[in-house]
Design a protein around this ligand. Structure first.
Ligand SMILES: CC(C)(COP(=O)(O)OP(=O)(O)OC[C@H]1O[C@@H](n2cnc3c(N)ncnc32)[C@H](O)[C@@H]1OP(=O)(O)O)[C@@H](O)C(=O)NCCC(=O)NCCS
Length: 325
């Protein structure tokens, strides 16, 4: 009998400090950086985002999301036999945020590692966890997307600092005789490294190069719109399904215009698209599990429904995961 993996619990976490566009506009004005609520809403759909306090790391947000997902699945930390954290804002250079989270959670002993695929991180991590469960090397995985992007924003660059936020989302993925995850389709193209990156690195105790986020917004926009449709269609083809079978599209929450364009290309109306970008901004690897948890908890996404998750981000990376809830 084929072994599948299935999501049995979701959870999320947002730091309490919430900044509306008006709050951010006022803070930026103090630095001499000019922007407006109208510009941000019109170009991105973002109205608010959450920023973590200085002493809060990705593992702290991931921990709360993980505990919520475990509660929803009716499991204890010791029941978990695999932890994967998708993050581009790790607590430390090493060890992995997954190991730090594992210790905070009290799930010590099981394999734990990070996946680095920027905003596609969660679909990458979910695909890896699914493969490990299908192969029999894990039974109950915790898959987390956790970010503190506020740490790597250049608040003098209005073209990027208004776009991102902090947060975490998590799922418990368990072995199951019924699907579960139906298919996935992942890609990367390293020739686009420069259009979205944090180019600095650590050398001899100092940061070499710029440690803040750089983005060519228009290049990212164009690439994202093209590849997301292809990955979504490939995941549907692999499962022998069509866009008509999709109950909910849960895209990476970067920009409402990218989401609208992808939904249109897939022939899906916006009332089948889970939208949280207005309240969270772009939380990178956390955005999809945050949106998924939001949809589950507010009763939008129901057991038995077909969900299409899709992510795109720095690398350039992109991918989609099709699943039955
Ligand atoms: C970043 C993004 C919102 C910019 O929107 P855009 O329509 O491409 O805007 P442009 O870059 O052409 O800039 C238009 C004008 O707005 C200005 N502008 C940029 N940021 C601004 C801000 N925060 N407030 C006010 N004006 C701003 C620019 O300076 C430019 O002014 P100019 O015409 O006088 O030169 C858009 O390109 C985008 O969403 N890209 C994808 C980003 C993304 O999703 N990244 C993450 C992927 S994982």
């Amino acid at each position: 009998m084929r072994r599948y993996s299935r999501i049995t619990g979701t959870g999320s976490s947002l730091p309490p400090r919430r900044l509306t566009n008006a709050d951010l506009v006022a803070e930026l004005a103090q630095r001499g950086v000019e922007t407006s609520d109208d510009w941000i809403v019109e170009r991105t759909g973002i109205r608010a985002r959450h920023f973590a306090e200085r002493d809060v790391c990705s593992s702290d947000l991931g921990l709360e999301a993980a505990r919520n997902a475990l509660d929803a699945a009716g499991l204890q930390p010791q029941d978990i036999d695999l932890i994967i954290v998708a993050t581009s804002t790790p607590d430390m250079v090493f060890p992995s945020t997954a190991c730090i989270l594992q210790n905070k959670l009290g799930a010590n002993g099981c394999p734990a590692f990070d996946v680095q695929a920027v905003c596609s991180g969660f679909v990458y991590a979910l695909t890896v966890a699914d493969a490990m469960i299908q192969s029999g090397s894990a039974k109950r995985a915790l898959v987390v997307g956790a970010e503190v992007f506020s740490r790597i924003l250049d608040f003098d660059d209005r073209t990027t600092c208004v776009l991102f936020g902090d947060g975490a989302g998590a799922v418990v993925l368990e072995a199951s005789e019924t699907p579960g995850i139906l298919s996935s389709d992942l890609h990367a193209d390293g020739k686009h490294v420069g259009i979205l990156c944090v180019p600095g690195n650590v050398y001899g105790g100092k940061v070499l190069g710029d440690p803040l986020l750089k983005m060519d917004g228009q290049a990212v926009f164009k690439l994202a719109v093209g590849v997301l449709e292809k990955a979504a269609r490939a995941a549907l083809d692999k499962a022998g399904m069509t866009d008509a079978d999709v109950d909910w599209l849960i895209p990476h929450q970067a920009n409402i215009r990218i989401m609208q364009s992808t939904a249109k290309k897939l022939g899906l109306p916006m009332d089948k698209v889970v939208v949280t970008v207005d309240q969270h901004g772009n939380t990178s690897a956390a955005s999809i599990p945050l949106a998924l948890d939001h949809a589950v908890r507010n009763g939008q996404a129901k057991p038995g429904q077909t969900l299409l998750l899709e992510g795109v981000g720095g690398g350039f990376t992109w991918g989609a995961v099709l699943l039955k809830l």
